[in-house]
Design a protein. Structure first.
Ligand SMILES: Nc1ncnc2c1ncn2[C@@H]1O[C@H](COP(=O)(O)OP(=O)(O)OP(=O)(O)O)[C@@H](O)[C@H]1O
Ligand SMILES: [Mg+2]
Length: 248
């Protein structure tokens, strides 16, 4: 695969909700092997931007390129089939199902050639989910544990293991460190670094600069639906971004 240039390019994206302009002419990109921190206060347009990238909503205008081809997603499935995996803090998992079932949800492994009825291959999923979880150094009691019983950080870990297992190319994490303890947040940052080590790019959304700064290669700041900053980390500082973020 040709990994020159950009993995994602969103050009001149506009999105309105009724009379509210959620995004105004936003240009946003993600490189290969890049961790992009997407920052901005409540209502800045962060979730709207990544929902457009993950096929949730179409933009009102603008273009999306993924792996250098223009894409017109009609559903989240379209984006996922291309390797764009989105992890939401709450909705990422089905709490009353096991870790194993959550890893394979909607992509269950079936026994080959069982006629019309397809049976799920539980032993194979068990085996494979253990392998997937080993990839993120997540020590769980068993893949049969209910997601309900996991901490917020562990849930993020399972979602990331799932993204690695299915060989996603881009993982989008919307506020993954919200409501997590310092220790659990640190673990999530480690998962994000591990994604990068495996050649998977990510977008890490947060309103907290201090969560994003340690891992991000590039930092993009949105405010009131417009992009007001886009820096490689080596070209900026915590001070500069803080000043940008406190502008009215
Ligand atoms: N489905 C929707 N219907 C109507 N308005 C919406 C919808 N989604 C977002 N908006 C509005 O668009 C703007 C941007 O919202 P968005 O959720 O993208 O912000 P955000 O940066 O993710 O904020 P937060 O940090 O609170 O998650 C806000 O004014 C919001 O009220
Ligand atoms: Mg949001």
């Amino acid at each position: 695969m040709n990994r020159n240039g950009l993995l994602v390019e969103m050009k001149n994206i506009n999105k309105w909700f009724g009379g509210v302009c959620a995004l105004k002419d936003v240009n946003f990109s993600v490189g290969y092997d890049e961790i992009v921190g997407l920052l901005g206060y409540n209502g800045a347009g962060k979730s709207t931007l990544i929902k457009i990238l993950s096929g949730f909503y179409p933009p009102d205008s603008g273009a999306i390129y993924f792996e250098k081809k223009e894409r017109h997603f009609t559903s989240p499935r379209d984006a996922r089939d291309l390797g764009i995996e989105t992890i939401y803090q709450e909705a990422a998992m089905i709490p009353k199902m096991s870790v194993l079932r959550n890893i394979f949800v909607a992509r269950e492994l079936c026994k080959a050639d069982m006629g019309v009825v397809r049976y799920m291959d539980i032993p194979r999923m068990e085996n494979e989910s253990t392998k997937a979880l080993d990839g993120v150094d997540l020590r769980l009691r068993s893949p049969h544990a209910l997601v309900d019983e996991l901490s917020g950080g562990q849930r993020q870990g399972v979602a990331i293991a799932r993204a690695m297992y299915f060989k996603s190319k881009l993982v989008i994490l919307d506020e993954p460190t919200n409501n997590l303890s310092v220790k659990e947040s640190a673990k999530v940052l480690q998962f994000i670094r591990e994604l990068k080590n495996q050649g998977i790019s990510s977008i890490f959304i947060s309103h907290n600069l201090y969560h994003v700064y340690p891992v991000a290669d590039r930092i993009v700041v949105l405010s009131h639906g417009s992009k007001i900053g886009d820096f490689k980390k080596e070209d900026t500082s915590i001070d500069e971004i803080t000043k940008l973020m406190i502008l009215p």
